[in-house]
Write a protein that binds this ligand. Structure first.
Ligand code: G1P
Length: 291
């Protein structure tokens, strides 16, 4: 992989059952953390990493994400008429002009590996990123995916975000074993397994939803049989990829929130509210009042 990642895949076809009944009508990725939906944080991260093509792998019931990034003619002309420039900029700023959004349908929910494979015709033969918008990563400096794209270029390798997870939680993550340490944040992955029981886990380094992968992963995904949970797992294809080229586990700088569950979404919301100078004092006051 000599060239830099320009395309990023967002697998967003999930049903979001942990947030029912809200997700009866609202895509999970449209749930807000403060004033922005989860998908916006993910898109901003990809754009910060230099992406110019965003590929949303969605299902036929989810139009909300496409609508969100589309031009909102009526709203925009109303705001312009009333001179509400700041709001207009917000509405128009969901996707920068130089970035294009492509929507691909995943016809059946066959797993994350299958969702990524659905993006193949758009990605073609170049390295690409994957962001799972459930995992919201907050940081002050460059985005997690941007850090990873640098590492992928430097080491000519695939790169996967990891962080330590509690020993009794390994069954919720892809877990990696690592060998040679390349630099402060990157180590070569020697083995990778999807959602092992704690007694079977090779370590407690859990995969967070950010990947930079070479196009050859697609050939491997074509051959991947259903694994954990009866689904075609990205982890299993990456385990095969390890036989062909190096893939690094990358300890990103930033704080990750698992917004795929209620508590994670509450944590992320509080964290961002407390970083906002206008909201923070009132939020502290509310928290005090709850004690
Ligand atoms: C997916 C991946 C898993 C990874 C996790 C991170 O699982 O399959 O390897 O650790 O995302 O969020 P999911 O949470 O979609 O079941």
């Amino acid at each position: 992989m000599s060239n830099r990642m320009r395309k990023v895949v967002f697998p967003v076809a999930g049903l979001g059952t942990r947030f029912l009944p809200a997700t009866k009508a609202v895509a999970k990725e449209m749930l807000p953390v403060l004033d922005r939906p989860l998908i916006q944080y993910a898109v901003d991260e990809a754009v910060d990493a230099g992406a110019d093509t965003l590929i949303f792998v969605t299902n036929r019931y989810k139009h909300a994400i496409a609508d969100y990034f589309d031009k909102a003619y009526e709203l925009e002309s109303k705001l312009a008429e009333k001179g509400k420039e700041e709001m207009l900029a917000q509405v128009q700023g969901t996707l920068p002009h130089h970035v294009r959004a492509v929507f691909v349908t995943q016809p059946e929910a066959l797993g994350l590996g299958h969702a990524v494979l659905c993006a193949r015709p758009v990605v073609g033969n170049e390295p690409f990123g994957v962001i799972l918008p459930d995992d919201l990563i907050v940081n002050d400096g460059r985005s997690a995916l941007s850090q990873m794209a640098d590492a992928a270029e430097t080491w000519d390798a695939g790169v996967i975000a990891v962080e330590e997870v509690p020993n009794d939680q390994t069954h919720k993550y892809g877990i990696v074993a690592t060998g040679e340490q390349m630099d402060e944040r990157s180590a070569r992955i020697t083995h990778m397994v999807e959602k092992p029981r704690p007694e079977d886990a090779p370590s407690n380094l859990g995969v967070v939803g950010r990947y930079v992968l070479p196009a050859r992963i697609f050939d491997l995904l074509e051959k991947t049989s259903p694994g954990s949970g009866g689904e075609i797992q990205l982890t299993d294809a990456i385990e095969d990829l390890l036989k062909q080229q190096s893939v690094l586990a990358y300890r990103f700088q930033g704080r990750r929130f698992d917004c795929g569950n209620k508590l994670g979404l509450v944590r992320a919301t509080l964290h961002l509210a407390l970083r906002d100078p206008e909201l923070a004092p009132a939020v502290y006051e509310i928290a005090e009042g709850l004690r």
